[in-house]
Design a protein around this ligand. Structure first.
Ligand SMILES: [Zn+2]
Length: 199
């Protein structure tokens, strides 16, 4: 009887010990999860703070500690300055719009006045008369004048005659004055008499 009773108590104690051990393990697991979460939150906060510093520098101010609560940082050092800037910009825009309207009104008044003014007699533009004297260079196309001239010439070791014309043309070297003259006639569009009769 006592022996059986002892055994039951012992089993009960063992079960209790097991439950306790399991509870301890669970607690340990929960603690680990909690610290993991905390670490993640800290990392996120650090990242958020860095980002806030970036935006606050651009749109707000940097007069705050990293430990300051996020809502305060957002409100006092980012949104409020941003709102003040926005108000200033809006004010400037309104002023600019008013100025533009004034300018438009002034222009409209000016246009009305021009319409009301008595019609001004239109004076036909004076047509410039051609001036006496030398014509402008671009208009003067000089007539090409051909005045060929037979001259004695030397090309390397050859002696002969060439025709030079006032137009700038020059004939190749020829052996005789007669052939040079023929070339000159050809250049001027005149076929030499001798050749003409030969045809
Ligand atoms: Zn010529």
């Amino acid at each position: 009887m006592t022996k059986a009773n002892d055994a039951r108590i012992k089993r009960s104690q063992e079960r209790a010990a097991l439950r306790l051990k399991q509870a301890g393990l669970e607690l340990e697991r929960a603690q680990r999860a909690f610290s993991d979460e905390q670490r993640a939150l800290r990392a996120e906060r650090t990242e958020t703070i860095a980002l806030l510093r970036l935006y606050a520098e651009r749109y707000g101010d940097l007069d705050w500690e990293d430990a300051l609560a996020l809502p305060e940082i957002l409100e006092q050092h980012l949104f409020d300055p941003l709102e003040r800037t926005l108000q200033k910009v809006t004010l400037r825009l309104e002023r600019f719009k008013a100025e533009a309207q004034t300018a438009r009104d002034a222009m409209r008044t000016l246009g009305t006045r021009t319409q009301d003014a008595p019609a001004v007699q239109e004076i036909p533009p004076e047509i410039p008369r051609p001036r006496p004297g030398p014509r402008p260079r671009l208009q003067a196309v000089p007539e090409v004048v051909h005045r060929p001239l037979v001259v004695a010439a030397q090309l390397r070791d050859q002696y002969g005659y060439v025709v030079r014309c006032t137009c700038g043309w020059a004939s190749p070297l020829t052996s005789s004055q007669a052939s040079a003259r023929a070339l000159a006639g050809e250049h001027c569009g005149v076929v030499p008499e001798r050749q003409q009769s030969a045809r």
